[in-house]
Design a protein around this ligand. Structure first.
Ligand SMILES: [Ca+2]
Ligand SMILES: [Ca+2]
Ligand SMILES: [Ca+2]
Length: 272
């Protein structure tokens, strides 16, 4: 089965929720952008950051932190227990994304590319450069740096079938763990992700200054306990379809990332 988290299983409920959410969002954000969702102005850089997972490059100092991530459902839902935030930059080669994930227990298990990475705690990127909700792109990465990239011709709820074999050609990612991975004996500070997404990797030319893409980020977090010195996922509560936490940059209003119209946007700033 293609990725059904968090989507297909609740298409009907999602439609109802979507309409309710849409109305409330229209009321709440009518003075904001057309979607009422997040917006990030990415500085243009000449000297790209070194893709090593550490966000201490000179380039990153020019980019502000995003808002802290929130529950995917948005207002009225619990504030995430751990902070997640991102930065973005752009240059001749591509879009740069730096993410910082506070996490006292860094763990990951999946090492094979194109595994279903959200079965581990992960960081996820979604982009729809032309805002049409069609042919959009997703990348998931865990704390071991294992990637899953996929192309979505259309959303699952409209019969879309993800192409998992598709590859973001030229993609470069790196993860830095601030602490230890898979070691419950200590407390970690978190992990960070650094991404160079070449324009061509998502079938785009270099954007013109002032233009924007639809984009969102998600973090999946599983509650765990320790058994025999290893992290083990807590059992899912009965009848709980989403035992994981879904924390996102631009709230979706429901547990479904495959709704590009409620993603945020990245605006490609003019050079200084
Ligand atoms: Ca770096
Ligand atoms: Ca598109
Ligand atoms: Ca792939």
């Amino acid at each position: 089965m293609a990725k059904t988290h968090p989507n297909l299983r609740f298409a009907a409920a999602a439609l109802v929720l979507l309409s309710v959410t849409w109305c409330s969002q229209q009321a709440r954000h009518q003075s904001a952008s057309s979607t009422g969702q997040r917006s990030y102005s990415a500085p243009r850089i000449n000297e790209p950051p070194t893709i090593d997972g550490r966000l201490d490059d000179e380039a990153w100092s020019t980019a502000p932190w995003s808002e802290d991530f929130v529950d995917i459902r948005g207002e009225g839902h619990p504030t995430p227990e751990f902070r997640t935030r991102v930065k973005m930059l752009w240059g001749d080669r591509g879009l740069y994304i730096g993410a910082e994930l506070e996490e006292p227990h860094v763990w990951a298990t999946l090492t094979e590319r194109d595994s279903v990475i959200f079965h581990d705690p992960d960081f996820e990127l979604f982009v729809d450069p032309d805002f049409d909700g069609l042919r959009y792109y997703e990348l998931e990465i865990n704390a071991l740096g294992t990637e899953w990239d996929l192309l979505l011709p259309r959303r699952y709820t409209e019969g879309g079938e993800a192409d998992h074999d598709w590859t973001m050609v030229g993609l470069r990612t790196a993860v830095h763990v601030d602490g230890t991975i898979n070691d419950p004996a200590d407390t970690d500070r978190g992990w960070s992700v650094e991404i160079e997404l070449p324009w061509s990797a998502v079938e785009q030319a270099v954007p013109s200054a002032g233009s924007s893409w639809r984009i969102n980020f998600s973090r999946v977090e599983w509650s765990v306990h320790v058994e025999d010195g290893r992290y083990v996922k807590d059992p899912a509560p009965p009848d709980e379809p989403h035992p994981e936490e879904n924390w996102v940059w631009s709230p979706q209003g429901l547990i479904d990332m495959h709704q590009p119209e409620t993603w945020g946007r990245v605006v490609f700033l003019d050079p200084p």
